[in-house]
Write a protein that binds this ligand. Structure first.
Ligand SMILES: Nc1ncnc2c1ncn2[C@@H]1O[C@H](COP(=O)(O)OP(=O)(O)OP(=O)(O)O)[C@@H](O)[C@H]1O
Ligand SMILES: Nc1nc(=O)c2ncn([C@H]3C[C@H](O)[C@@H](CO)O3)c2[nH]1
Length: 240
């Protein structure tokens, strides 16, 4: 009796998984250091009218019921890292689970880089206490097992800290004005370990790497090479 029950449960589970895969869009996350060109990359794909393009919810981080959590985090990371990362994890979860009829969802960053790069760096720098890091990770592990945050492809905009530091400074975001190049060097190392050498944490999908150091005048060729991977053979129409 037991084996028949297990067989029936197995079949039901397979049906549910197949159904959730069918209903979930082909999900692509664009990862890379601050200033590497993620927004610029997403803008290139705005021409497709059935790719759901989700930029990083930075405006939510700058105004959470009137509080600029991004600014607080950079001004006093010891005090505000947990608060900020809790909200990053929520807002990224909202993007991962946002329903769409589009066959492709293209996200700027993800719940994965928040955990594997930024939280990791805060843990190593002692900016997140062990209890705080444990709570963030308990949430992350539960979400991993119980919510549809699967991704199908990672586009890694690989850059050098010197290049992105110059771009970040030129872009001149007020909260980032005191970010030292050392921060970008360490963030770069974490991205390299996670996405290039794959020696840090689990990589949730295949990675396509782009040389993000290329100047704006020549990088579009790299974006074009990336298109077939993202369009994933789906009928994605360009905007009329
Ligand atoms: N290939 C490039 N060559 C030169 N400048 C670039 C290139 N890509 C983007 N930039 C410029 O660098 C700055 C950062 O680009 P962008 O905002 O796209 O990066 P980002 O990865 O989204 O940054 P963040 O992680 O801070 O949101 C912008 O001023 C943008 O115009
Ligand atoms: N600490 C921290 N944790 C995150 O998960 C995270 N995601 C993005 N950012 C910062 C980088 C840019 O300044 C700015 C825009 O990417 O926000 C983060 N900072």
């Amino acid at each position: 009796m037991g084996s028949i029950r297990r067989l029936i449960l197995n079949m039901a589970n397979n049906l549910i998984c197949a159904e959730s895969r069918k209903s979930r869009p082909f999900t692509v996350i664009v990862e890379g250091n601050i200033g590497c060109g993620k927004t610029t990359f997403l803008n290139y794909f705005q021409k497709y009218n059935n790719i759901c393009v989700l930029s990083e919810p930075i405006e939510l981080w700058r105004d959470c019921r009137g509080h600029n959590l991004l600014g607080h985090m950079y001004e006093d990371p010891k005090k505000w890292s947990f608060t900020f990362q809790s909200y990053v994890q929520l807002t990224m979860l909202q993007h991962h689970t946002l329903p769409t009829n589009c066959p492709v969802k293209l996200m700027e960053r993800s719940i994965y880089s928040a955990r594997y790069c930024f939280v990791e760096k805060m843990k190593r720098d002692g900016l997140l206490s062990k209890p705080s890091a444990a709570v963030i990770d308990q949430w992350f592990q539960w979400l991993l097992q119980n919510t549809p945050i699967n991704v199908d492809l990672i586009v890694y905009l690989r850059s050098s800290p010197e290049v992105v530091y110059e771009r970040m400074m030129k872009r001149n975001r007020s909260e980032e004005k005191s970010v030292p190049i050392e921060y970008l060097e360490q963030l770069n190392e974490l991205h390299e370990q996670w996405l290039y050498h794959k020696t840090l944490y689990h990589c949730p999908a295949p990675v396509v790497t782009i040389d993000a150091n290329l100047d704006i005048s020549s990088i579009e060729e790299e974006y074009e090479k990336c298109e077939p991977h993202i369009l994933n053979k789906l009928a994605v129409n360009t905007r009329a």
